[in-house]
Design a protein around this ligand. Sequence first.
Ligand code: OGA
Ligand code: MN
Length: 284
Amino acid sequence: MPATMEISFTKLGGHMAMAVAGVDLSQPPSADLGARLRQALWDNQVLCIRGQTIGPGAYLAAISAFGEPQVRPEIPHVEGFPEVTTLSSEDRDLKGDGKRLVAGANWHSDDTFMPRPSALTALYGLIVPDVGGDTQYANMYAAYEALPEEKRRYLDTLKVVHTMKPAREGLGRTRSIAPEILAARPPSTHPLVRTHPETGRKALYISRNRMDHIVGMDRAEGHALIDELVEHAIQPQFTYRHKWQQGDIVIWDNRCLMHKANGDYPDGARRFMQRIIVAGEVPV
Ligand code: OGA
Ligand code: MN
């Protein structure tokens, strides 16, 4: 990268999401650049690094500037790089019915059923469709802050049991999960409102299809409350819709966002992403 290459930041959504151009991640970011990118992520919740053409080793090294990459053995990965998993328009569900699998088509936060869910997720768009396949984000700080104070104080007291097994019927297709993997992932209990360890801000912590029940509440009543909060959080003033450009690396913060995949690109159109998740902490 020429020393004169200028780094420029451009706001993508009205209240969240930042794009950065002029960064070449074929070499690991310097300590100074790493710090700038992390700060941009904490300030904007979604960071899009434009125009990359890098291999899995460089991608892994770059994401390591944000935290420790994790392995998820049940997702296909790039040969020789177990941390670099793949999402493809060619993916098909275990059910074997030949239908396209769109992982993450419901509003969610990644891996909330884990005791320490991943803090960040990175997706690298190697092949992106011309039309469709956007990723949507909801800012859960903003959604929380917009609630009346009395409601916030009540929500602050609630805990939720999360399971890998889908908690709801009829929320659309999800990846079928092998029984031995489900058995190895016991439920986790997390607060409904969590405090972000970097920013100190509170955010709603919601992943609808993984939230089995709210502790001490009737299951249906808890689901109704969660549905109400999801509907509140996905209003346009809290959301951003990312239209992918080839070469984008988008990093998002699962601790203060929900996100959603869209499988609305035409049959035959291709979409291929490399994904890395970054270790998180016990939500508090
Ligand atoms: C994910 C996810 C969204 C997308 O990788 O966790 O939800 O648009 N992806 O592919
Ligand atoms: Mn996801």
